[in-house]
Design a protein around this ligand. Structure first.
Ligand code: ZN
Length: 380
């Protein structure tokens, strides 16, 4: 692989071919990958990486057999994180995010989708989006912001009121900040779930997002069934995450509209959710991607572990998990023209694995044998 000074892949091919073709060229650096393997930088299609207030106490309560209601009574769940995130300054949230990105980078992730969603008021959602924009100046990784003000119904409101609040107050507020260059979300997310934001409300929010240029990339059919395939189809969405309870019609519609399915096997494992219909999706031609779902409930930075769970629990082949954790994940955030595969003209985002077979990043799932990680040709 030949990389130019801008960090773009200039050429690719077998060693012998490239050696003779570039015999008269000089290079600032040559990396000898003998005995190693190289794959594209991993793309994490779904994270909630901006928050403060981890939930270790809640994890232990769950292990002790406490119910959702017990945890709720003890002040746990999403509102615990919402309260902490609201109280934290931009700087505190930025420091936490940068430390997390650093750990993700060491595990081979070079492009990350990051959602807001632990503010729930327009001001605190905007604060989270500002933090993502600030982080872009401090990291070489590509960060893609997804506004998720409809992550949960705020206390004291019902879902209709929360929907109105987002459409009438959040959306114009965000548009103003986008025009001023303070935030730069590209997507809009909704937690589409029975008893949270259901079909009609989710659709209204997604369509309102479209009016300010935000593309739909939302949570659907995780615990219950809200017909998210049809929802994404009707709202013209780019991607839908979770999909544990997607039905056959939804699979067909997602394949037809090329809506990317972002599967999150870490959360499925932790919450013991239904298995999504992965094989059917792949057979019907749905674009299947993977995300770590890094959040206070599923505290996982590792796409290697995510790929391991996709292979073991979802019965994906290693090659399917690789394309899902790279090129298809890039498609879910509209980045497949730049990242997700090693091709001429794309960013030189790649990881060098300290093993002859790349599958070692799935096989050695506790401590991934990564030798080096490069973003746009620069070692990170
Ligand atoms: Zn999520």
């Amino acid at each position: 692989m030949i990389i130019d000074t801008q960090g773009i892949i200039h050429d690719l091919g077998p060693n012998d071919e490239l050696s003779s073709k570039y015999a008269n060229s000089t290079f600032s650096e040559i990396i000898d990958c003998s005995g190693k393997s190289v794959i594209p930088g991993l793309v994490d299609a779904h994270t909630h990486a901006v928050f403060s207030g981890d939930r270790i106490h809640e994890f232990i309560m769950k292990l002790e057999g406490k119910t959702y209601l017990d945890i709720h009574k003890a002040g746990g769940g999403i509102y615990f994180t919402v309260n902490h995130t609201r109280e934290s300054s931009e700087q505190e949230l930025l420091d936490l995010l940068l430390e997390r990105l650093d750990r993700m980078g060491k595990l081979g992730t070079t492009t990350v989708e990051i959602k807001s969603g632990y503010g729930l008021t327009k001001e605190s959602e905007a604060k989270m989006l500002k933090v993502i924009k600030m982080a872009k100046k401090k990291t070489t990784m590509d960060l893609i912001a997804n506004y998720c003000g409809a992550h949960s119904v705020p206390k004291g409101m019902n879902q209709d009121e929360a929907t109105d609040e987002i459409i009438k107050n959040h959306i114009p507020f965000l548009k103003d900040l986008m025009d001023k260059g303070e935030i730069d979300p590209e997507f809009i997310d909704v937690f589409a779930e029975v008893g949270v934001f259901e079909f009609e409300n989710t659709k209204k929010i997604l369509l309102a997002g479209k009016t300010i240029g935000l593309k739909g990339n939302f949570h659907g059919d995780e615990i219950g069934f809200v017909d998210s395939g049809k929802l994404g189809f009707e709202a013209g969405s780019t991607a839908i995450s979770h999909l544990e309870n997607l039905n056959d019609e939804g699979i067909k519609l997602m394949a037809e509209a090329k809506i990317v399915a972002v599967l999150l096997p870490t959360t499925q494992h932790l919450l013991n959710l239904n298995l999504p219909p992965v094989r059917k999706m792949i057979q019907e031609g749905v674009i299947v991607a993977l995300g770590s779902d890094f959040n206070p409930n599923a505290y996982c930075y590792s796409m290697g572990l995510t790929m391991n769970l996709a292979c073991v629990n979802y019965k994906m082949t290693p090659n399917e998990s690789l394309v899902a954790g790279t090129l298809n994940a890039a498609a879910s955030i509209d980045r497949s023209k730049n990242v997700g595969s090693l091709e001429k003209g794309k960013f030189a985002d790649f990881i060098i694995i300290n093993a002859k077979r790349w599958e070692h990043i799935i096989y050695q799932f506790g401590d991934i044998p990564i030798w080096r990680v490069y973003k746009k040709g620069v070692k990170i």
